[in-house]
Design a protein around this ligand. Structure first.
Ligand SMILES: *[C@@H]1O[C@H](CO)[C@@H](O)[C@H](O)[C@H]1NC(C)=O
Ligand SMILES: *[C@@H]1O[C@H](CO)[C@@H](O)[C@H](O)[C@H]1NC(C)=O
Ligand SMILES: *[C@@H]1O[C@H](CO)[C@@H](O)[C@H](O)[C@H]1NC(C)=O
Ligand SMILES: *[C@@H]1O[C@H](CO)[C@@H](O)[C@H](O)[C@H]1NC(C)=O
Ligand SMILES: *[C@@H]1O[C@H](CO)[C@@H](O)[C@H](O)[C@H]1NC(C)=O
Ligand SMILES: *[C@@H]1O[C@H](CO)[C@@H](O)[C@H](O)[C@H]1NC(C)=O
Ligand SMILES: *[C@@H]1O[C@H](CO)[C@@H](O)[C@H](O)[C@H]1NC(C)=O
Ligand SMILES: *[C@@H]1O[C@H](CO)[C@@H](O)[C@H](O)[C@H]1NC(C)=O
Ligand SMILES: *[C@@H]1O[C@H](CO)[C@@H](O)[C@H](O)[C@H]1NC(C)=O
Ligand SMILES: *[C@@H]1O[C@H](CO)[C@@H](O)[C@H](O)[C@H]1NC(C)=O
Length: 485
């Protein structure tokens, strides 16, 4: 009897511990939701997608009113973002910071019941990136302080934390990772010290992007296995500790730099982490799935890292939720393919983000343009077709045609058709956007082949979203006219 009761209690304790661990981990996973797409999935579809996959944290790069409206009442915790281009204004004007907080935060947080749960304001989007030089650096901490003061005046500073997303290249060994000395880049040293002091004072965590994929691209002696959490990867040594994966090594680089700066226990949030699926070698759904499963197992295990054992990141935001066909490809053609889901909300692979073993749920009720594609007319003289295609690609998204991409080997002139179709879809299937000097031909037969998909766009464009504003504007004009009359 006694043994069976203690057995029962042990089992119960085990179940409770297991449940609380799972709950804690799924609580701690969020996604980045960006809208740099020619035809973004409508916000209400996206919010349904988040809810049906138990995703309860989302990080935005701005404070798009349609997106915040759709998130209101959803109980999803939101990070809103102040764009880098506004930092200068907010450094010099408390009033501008007040207005921004009022219009983009207070309005949603205190809106009588139907509220958006804003948890963080991210000041800038990796403003210290090396490639930006010093164009934003002088304004970041001043802007963060003014935003913090505005939140305090709005009585929101206990609910909403101010953070500044950073990247590994803010650290001296960011892309090298073989030396055990880690510090802030010399030209950033003063600013970063001010920043961490500011974060510490206000109880804000350190937001940082960790990207084993980019580390793999940059550090030539990091192996694919090491990046993908493979057991068989050759370990790296760093600070007399042995590292089995790229994530832990990058994370502890940040821990080391924060410790050197005098903040050894500052909480860290992984603001962006993911693996792209197209547009470059090693960017594929298979590898992305392996990476994401490795990452989730690692986070679920609660092991932490060698420098922070049993203390995994406070939160981790996957980069990203959806593919975005208008992201800058300055860093590489893979930039438009970071999504867990395609642009239209279809899961590319399956990974347990907290929804359990049932797999990711796709977006429902997505409305597409007609089943029409634009291809090259093979009966024409195609001697100028390549030039036409390059022209189309300077506007439309042709990144799948890049070496290593899903459409790299579809061969000429199918690759011309791919370019034409991409342009045609981006321009809402308007007949004149399939002209190409008479070389284009509209077809109802799907030209997709092998692993190369010729997509049809979603029936919502930025133009239509602006239509909503115009409608409001029209009502405003009518109201004014009525008043005048
Ligand atoms: C936020 O507030 C500012 C200031 O009122 C406004 O100009 C801006 O359009 C709002 N939205 C975003 C996404 O910044
Ligand atoms: C930032 O704002 C402060 C306070 O207005 C000002 O003194 C400082 O010069 C500004 N920094 C820059 C680089 O403009
Ligand atoms: C890595 O850092 C060490 C020490 O700072 C330096 O000697 C070495 O040249 C760096 N390696 C690369 C590939 O940048
Ligand atoms: C960075 O700044 C801190 C604080 O001002 C200072 O103690 C440290 O020596 C600086 N480090 C470097 C490498 O300049
Ligand atoms: C990477 O390069 C450094 C310096 O050349 C070397 O010490 C280290 O062992 C290398 N790591 C791997 C995994 O090859
Ligand atoms: C990336 O992919 C290519 C082609 O599949 C492969 O040859 C290369 O070794 C990979 N890069 C790394 C760093 O593993
Ligand atoms: C190809 O382009 C050139 C220059 O624009 C033009 O002169 C030529 O007629 C074009 N050829 C065909 C077959 O359209
Ligand atoms: C493209 O490459 C894959 C794998 O390398 C191969 O199986 C397939 O047959 C190729 N497709 C074409 C159209 O050449
Ligand atoms: C299509 O393939 C041909 C032959 O490989 C190449 O010359 C051309 O640049 C490609 N065009 C595009 C748009 O990728
Ligand atoms: C399609 O992609 C899968 C997974 O990357 C690959 O194994 C297969 O060979 C590809 N098939 C073709 C026909 O390209």
């Amino acid at each position: 009897m006694g043994t069976s009761i203690s057995h029962f209690l042990i089992t119960l304790a085990f179940i409770i511990i297991t449940i609380s661990t799972i709950a804690r981990v799924s609580e701690a996973i969020g996604v980045n939701w960006g809208t740099m797409a020619s035809h973004p999935l409508p916000p209400h579809n996206v919010v349904k997608l988040l809810k049906s996959n138990n995703i309860n944290k989302v990080k935005l790069s701005d404070a798009n009113p349609d997106v915040l409206q759709a998130l209101s009442g959803s109980n999803i915790a939101v990070t809103v973002g102040v764009p880098n281009t506004m930092l200068k204004t907010f450094n010099s004007s408390k009033k501008a910071a007040d207005t921004w907080i009022h219009d983009n935060v207070t309005r949603y947080v205190s809106n009588g019941g139907n509220v958006a749960k804003i948890a963080y304001v991210a000041v800038g989007d990796e403003p210290f990136l090396k490639s930006y030089g010093e164009q934003f650096q002088p304004f970041v901490v001043g802007a963060a302080m003014n935003i913090q003061a505005s939140l305090k005046r709005a009585n929101l500073d206990s609910k909403v934390k101010v953070v500044v997303p950073c990247s590994l290249d803010n650290f001296e060994s960011g892309s090298n990772l073989s030396s055990s000395e880690v510090h802030f880049r010399p030209e950033l040293n003063k600013t970063m010290f001010e920043l961490v002091k500011f974060l510490d004072k206000n109880g804000s965590p350190f937001f940082v992007t960790i990207s084993p994929f980019l580390t793999l691209l940059q550090a030539k002696n990091t192996s694919l296995d090491f990046s993908l959490f493979k057991e068989t990867a050759k370990p790296h040594n760093f600070n007399r500790k042995s590292y089995k994966n790229s994530f832990d090594l990058s994370y502890d680089t940040v821990v080391t730099a924060l410790s050197t700066a005098g903040f050894p226990s500052m909480e860290i949030v992984v603001a962006k982490i993911g693996w792209p699926t197209d547009g470059a070698a090693n960017a594929s759904s298979n590898l992305a799935e392996t990476f994401m499963k490795g990452l989730m197992n690692h986070l679920h295990s609660n092991l932490g890292t060698p420098l922070r054992p049993r203390h995994p990141p406070q939160e981790t935001y996957i980069f990203s939720l959806l593919d975005e066909d208008q992201r800058s490809i300055a860093a590489g053609n893979f930039e438009r393919h970071w999504g867990l889901f395609t642009f239209d909300g279809q899961a590319k692979y399956h990974v347990d983000l907290g929804q359990g073993t049932k797999g990711l749920v796709d977006a429902q009720n997505v409305e597409y343009l007609s089943s029409k594609w634009c291809v090259v007319n093979n009966n024409k003289d195609l001697s100028n077709a390549t030039v036409r295609a390059l022209d189309a690609c300077s506007d439309a998204d042709c990144t799948a045609l890049s070496p290593g991409g899903s459409c790299f080997n579809i061969s000429w002139p199918n690759n011309i058709s791919y370019a034409f179709n991409s342009y045609y879809q981006e321009h809402d299937q308007r007949a004149e956007s399939c002209d190409f000097g008479g070389l284009g031909l509209i077809t109802t037969v799907d030209p997709s082949m092998d692993n190369c998909s010729f997509p049809i766009e979603i029936r919502t464009s930025h133009a239509e979203l602006f239509g909503v504003y115009n409608f409001q504007g029209m009502i405003f004009v009518i109201a004014i006219l009525l008043v005048i009359v």
